[in-house]
Design a protein around this ligand. Structure first.
Ligand code: C2E
Ligand code: CA
Ligand code: CA
Ligand code: CA
Length: 278
């Protein structure tokens, strides 16, 4: 037992070394990624279930580094959070998304909404609200056209600066969206405490709704509950026609997912045609 214990010890050490080394490399490269222009914002369109029209998009960050290649947000966002680099990176996403929203709206002569993800560390930035306010007015975007998606991870901190920031955002007139609803433990109590406008059902439930009755019933109940609270409901992770059909029957408002489109570069989203524009 001693011998194998020793083997597994060195095995884990090697694995852990690799994970640590990877983290270390990402962190090293992340520091200069902004100034080297390695980020690009992609956009995943959101569709109105009833009309089939694109009504808005979610901005999702992409990073391509010469040494590391394409690094997934799931990998670099937590490191950006930990190091605080998410603060300047997040500001870049807001600026870029606002710039694109203007371009997109004038290209199609219609109104869209744009959603940006905000993670916990960004709320510790004293400048956050002022920055958002100024950016909206610089871009002459109506606050109602802009959304912030936040997860339970932001709310769980339970700090007063989070509450104040959410209040300020609400007063500014931007929309607040609860992301990954149902995935955490206390989503319901947060809906009661904060002024959300939109609820995004976590993709694991959408994935499960065609596979088991429990997930289907949870999606159904979530939509009914959200509507009774006057929230707009978005289903994310829609990958199949069958899911869309069921979501339509359940009265879901908006859908987003690979069935319609992945997150795509700005140029490609501009080229996306509306059914009635053909
Ligand atoms: P999220 O906000 O929950 O975003 C949804 C994720 O699901 C995205 O992954 C999206 O590409 C993916 N997705 C969309 N439709 C489908 C589908 O039909 N099937 C499947 N399997 N996946 C789908 P992505 O782009 O890799 O982003 C991962 C996470 O990284 C995001 O989760 C978000 O938490 C974070 N993130 C991305 N961009 C930003 C950003 O600019 N700022 C911050 N703070 N976080 C970001
Ligand atoms: Ca608009
Ligand atoms: Ca999101
Ligand atoms: Ca989500």
């Amino acid at each position: 037992a001693k011998a194998s214990g020793r083997n597994s010890y060195s095995f884990f050490t090697k694995e852990m070394n690799e994970i640590m080394l990877r983290r270390f490399e990402i962190e090293g490269q992340l520091h200069s990624a902004l100034e080297r222009n390695e980020f690009e914002v992609h956009y995943q369109p959101k569709f109105d279930v009833k009309t089939g029209n694109i009504v808005g998009a979610e901005a999702l960050l992409r990073w391509k580094n010469p040494a590391l290649g394409n690094v997934r947000p799931d990998e670099f966002i937590p490191i950006a959070e930990h190091t605080g680099l998410i603060v300047p990176i997040g500001k870049y996403v807001v600026k870029e998304a606002l710039r694109f929203l203007n371009e997109w709206e004038s290209a199609h002569q219609r109104d869209y909404t744009m959603a940006v993800n905000l993670s916990p560390r960004q709320f510790r930035d004293k400048d956050l609200i002022k920055f958002i306010k100024n950016s909206l007015s610089d871009a002459s975007i109506k606050p109602e056209s802009f959304e912030f998606e936040i997860t339970e991870g932001v709310l769980i901190i339970g700090n007063s600066y989070i509450d104040d920031a959410l209040d300020e955002l609400h007063k500014l007139g931007v929309k607040l969206s609860m992301d990954d609803f149902g995935k955490g433990y206390s989503s319901l109590s947060y809906l009661r405490k904060y002024s959300f406008d939109i609820l995004k059902i976590d993709q694991s439930f959408i994935n499960g709704m065609t596979l088991n009755k429990e997930d289907f019933n949870l999606v159904k109940a979530t939509i009914a509950m959200a509507h009774s609270l006057d929230l707009l409901v978005v289903a994310e992770g829609v990958e199949m026609r069958k899911q869309l059909t069921l979501l339509d029957e359940l009265g879901c408002d908006l859908v987003q997912g690979y069935y319609f489109s992945r997150a795509i570069p700005a140029k490609e989203l501009i080229a996306f045609q509306h059914p009635e524009d053909n």
